[in-house]
Structures are given as structure tokens and as C-alpha cells.
Write a protein that binds this ligand. Structure first.
Ligand code: AMP
Length: 394
């Protein structure tokens, strides 16, 4: 995939209408009140840039999974209100997506004004990337800006389809994602280290395969480590393990060996006799038959922190243990702390590692925290992301 994409800064935006795909998929409580507006805040630089330069902005997004039906529970109306507060200017809200109301309001929009369309997933055509629906969206605007990295791995009408009908560029959020992560993949500062955790080897085969081609060292933690340990003939007690992935785990370790990539597994762990917030941690080297691994042990955490200290680039995806339980959060916390202090270019895949860094207060000290979980994994796998591939090259 090419990472050198045109952005809003590379085109003439004044007096034009921009269709901007944002990620406004915000968490809400049972009454529909927005509980975290980080995603709206993150969209502001691109929106303000366009508005300040005299573009009229037609923003769009999905919210939740309304499955192709109009459903007030998933309305973007609360987002329009919060966006207006944050921008300090009115946001015109359309009650539909490509219907009469949206078209009339888009038509009347003047330079420097902004409107928000209703949830694009109220139409089943969105996720089917229906070309007629994409064309209707596109007809409201003069150019398309994709700034929703979290959905860039999906070929939907509002993330990719519209680019068949309009000149297409990226916003500042996507520009940052592909700038930092693209550079890390193409020309990493070495040693290039990957820290991988979480539950399933099967979710991360693609990324491990691709990182074996690029990294100098791979550190494994989380429940995933026990599948690898079992594949090496080590005792894992009652730890989580993907029995059907043992051969694959062996193949991945052999591939790393063949490429001269160091592939490190935990040498000690915190175990407990059951899974739960009341579980008591015990530090062991070999896991007893009736115990399960819940976190990397203190020796491993220090070893991993030391590797991070000496790295040039670090990509981290997946927690080192069950960080949601305070007694098993130390491994993840040690890795996050080491990364926050390291000279290395530090990149966090979204999802749980980003949530953990945020929870422990280290997120601000990373070079890059990806806004997309699945999208960042696919990006690091070297896959082509439709929402990025469709944008104009520089
Ligand atoms: P993933 O979505 O694959 O990145 O996995 C994240 C989840 O892995 C988190 O909810 C952690 O609690 C969980 N996890 C990490 N280590 C372990 C472990 N040793 N046993 C069970 N779950 C774990």
C-alpha cells in the first residue's frame, strides 16, 4: 500500500463543499448521553481547517450497529450538539442521510458552515458499499475527505465508495496514522521491537507473520504466550490456550528463528487458581497443573522493559495480562511505563493496549496511539486498507 496520500492541505478547499467521513462512534449511556467525546474532539483539527478556509462541511459517520434501519437509539443528533459546543458554532443536523432533508440542507450550506448527516448505517447500502448510495452521498459535495481511521479497513460507501465519484484526500487524523505507522514499516529506526499480547494467537497471526519480516525482536505476553509456551513443551497448567494453534505457533517461532528475529516468551508469570477479580497472584517460573497464567511475572516485565529501553521503534498491541484486575495489571503497566519513558518511536495499536495506556496515565507520552484497533492491526499486517487506498496519491 502507498502511504503518501494527498491531504486537505494539498487541495483548494475554498468555496467548495467537503464530504468528511468522521469517526463519531462515541460511547453513550442508557439515556443516550455521550460518556466520552474524545473522538469528536479528535475530529476538530480537520473540520476547523476546512471551515476556516471557506469550505462548507458535510460531516458523516456511523454510530453503533443499527443494521440498516432508521433507529432513534443510534441517532447522531447528540453528536451534532456536542460538536456545535466544541466548535463554538451551529451544526445543522439532517434528519436523514441522502433523503430530501439532507439534500436540501446540503444545498443551502454556505462557506464556513457545517452540517452533520444522520447515521450512514441507517442504510443497509452503506456496509454493502452500494455504488448508487455512494453516488447519492457524493452528489452533495465537491470533494471527499476521509478522517475515520477506525473504519478505514472497511470498504463501505462512506469510507471508500464515494471516492469513485469525488476527488478524495485524507484529513489530519489519517495523515498522522499513515505517516507514523507507514514510516515505521518502511524505514524503522532500529532495533525495531514488537510487543504483542492479548488473548488469541489466531487474531494476530497476520500481524506476527508480517512483523517477523520487519522486526528485530518480538516480545510475547498475555494469554497468547501460553499457546507458544505449550508449543515449546512447557507446562501451562489451566491457562488459556488455543490447542488447535499449537502447530501454527511452532511454525511462527521457526519462521522467526529462520529470519534471525529474536522471539521472546515470558520466563516467569503471575498465576492464580481461578479467573476472577478476587484471584490471588502467585509468582512462579513453572506453572503448576492446577494454576492459570494471568500476567507476565516481575522478571519478565523487567526484561521486556529493558528491551524497550534499548529499542529504536516499538509497536505494541495487546495487554501483557488481565490488566482489568489490579493484581494482574503490573506487567502491562511496566511495559506502558517503559514505553512512555523510552527514546524509541512508540506506537500503540488501538483497542486494549490503548485503553490500558490511557487507564494508567501513559497515553499522552506515546508518539502515536492509533485511533483504530482492527484497522491498525491490518495496517501493520501490510494489508491494503480500502479507506486509504481510495485516496489520491501525492
Ligand atoms: P485482545 O483483545 O486479544 O488484545 O485481548 C485483550 C484481553 O486479553 C484483555 O481483556 C485481557 O484481560 C486479556 N488477557 C491478557 N492476558 C490474559 C491472560 N493471561 N489470561 C486471560 N486473559 C488475558
Amino acid at each position: 500500500m502507498r502511504y503518501n496520500k494527498k491531504s486537505v492541505e494539498n487541495i483548494d478547499v475554498a468555496q467548495k463543499k467537503a464530504l468528511v467521513r468522521c469517526d463519531f462512534n462515541v460511547p453513550q449511556d442508557a439515556n443516550g448521553v455521550i460518556t466520552a467525546d474524545k473522538r469528536i474532539v479528535e475530529s476538530l483539527p480537520t473540520l476547523k481547517y476546512l471551515l476556516d478556509r471557506g469550505a462548507a462541511v458535510i460531516a458523516c459517520s456511523h454510530l453503533g450497529r443499527p443494521k440498516g434501519q432508521f433507529n432513534p437509539k443510534y441517532s447522531l443528533a447528540p453528536v451534532a450538539e456536542r460538536l456545535a459546543d466544541l466548535l463554538g458554532k451551529p451544526v445543522v443536523f439532517a434528519n436523514d442521510v441522502v433523503g430530501e432533508d439532507a439534500k436540501a440542507k446540503a444545498n443551502a450550506l454556505r462557506p464556513g458552515e457545517i452540517m452533520l448527516l444522520e447515521n450512514v448505517r441507517f442504510h443497509a447500502e452503506e456496509e454493502k458499499n452500494d455504488s448508487g448510495f455512494a453516488k447519492q452521498l457524493a452528489e452533495m459535495a465537491d470533494f471527499f475527505v476521509n478522517d475515520a481511521f477506525g473504519t478505514a479497513h472497511r470498504a463501505h460507501a462512506s469510507t471508500a465508495g464515494v471516492a469513485d465519484h469525488l476527488p478524495a484526500v485524507c484529513g489530519f487524523l489519517i495523515q498522522k496514522e499513515i505517516g507514523i505507522m507507514g514510516r515505521a514499516l518502511e524505514n524503522p529506526k532500529r532495533p525495531f521491537l514488537a510487543v504483542l499480547g492479548g488473548v488469541k494467537v489466531s487474531d494476530k497471526i497476520g500481524v506476527i507473520n508480517s512483523l517477523i519480516e520487519k522486526c528485530d525482536t518480538i516480545l510475547i505476553g498475555g494469554a497468547m504466550a501460553y499457546t507458544f509456551k505449550k508449543a515449546c513443551g512447557r507446562p501451562i497448567g489451566t491457562s488459556k490456550c488455543e490447542e488447535d494453534k499449537l502447530e501454527l505457533a511452532k511454525d511462527l517461532m521457526l519462521a522467526a528463528l529462520g529470519k534471525g528475529v529474536r522471539f521472546l516468551l515470558p520466563s516467569d508469570q503471575l498465576v492464580s487458581d481461578h479467573f476472577g477479580p478476587d484471584a490471588k497472584p502467585v509468582a512462579v517460573r513453572d506453572i503448576p497443573d492446577d494454576m492459570m497464567g494471568m500476567d507476565i511475572g516481575p522478571e519478565t516485565a523487567e526484561r521486556y522493559a529493558d528491551e524497550i529501553k534499548r529499542a529504536g521503534t516499538v509497536v505494541w498491541n495487546g495487554p501483557m495480562g488481565v490488566f482489568e484486575f489490579p493484581d494482574f495489571a503490573e506487567g502491562t503497566q511496566t511495559v506502558a511505563r517503559a514505553l512512555s519513558k523510552a527514546d524509541a518511536v512508540s506506537i500503540l495499536g488501538g483497542g486494549d493496549s490503548a485503553a490500558a495506556a490511557e487507564k494508567f496515565g501513559f497515553a499522552d507520552r506515546m508518539d502515536h496511539v492509533s485511533t483504530g484497533g482492527g484497522a491498525s492491526l491490518e495496517f501493520l499486517e501490510g494489508l491494503e486498507l480500502p479507506g486509504i487506498a481510495c485516496l489520491a496519491d501525492k
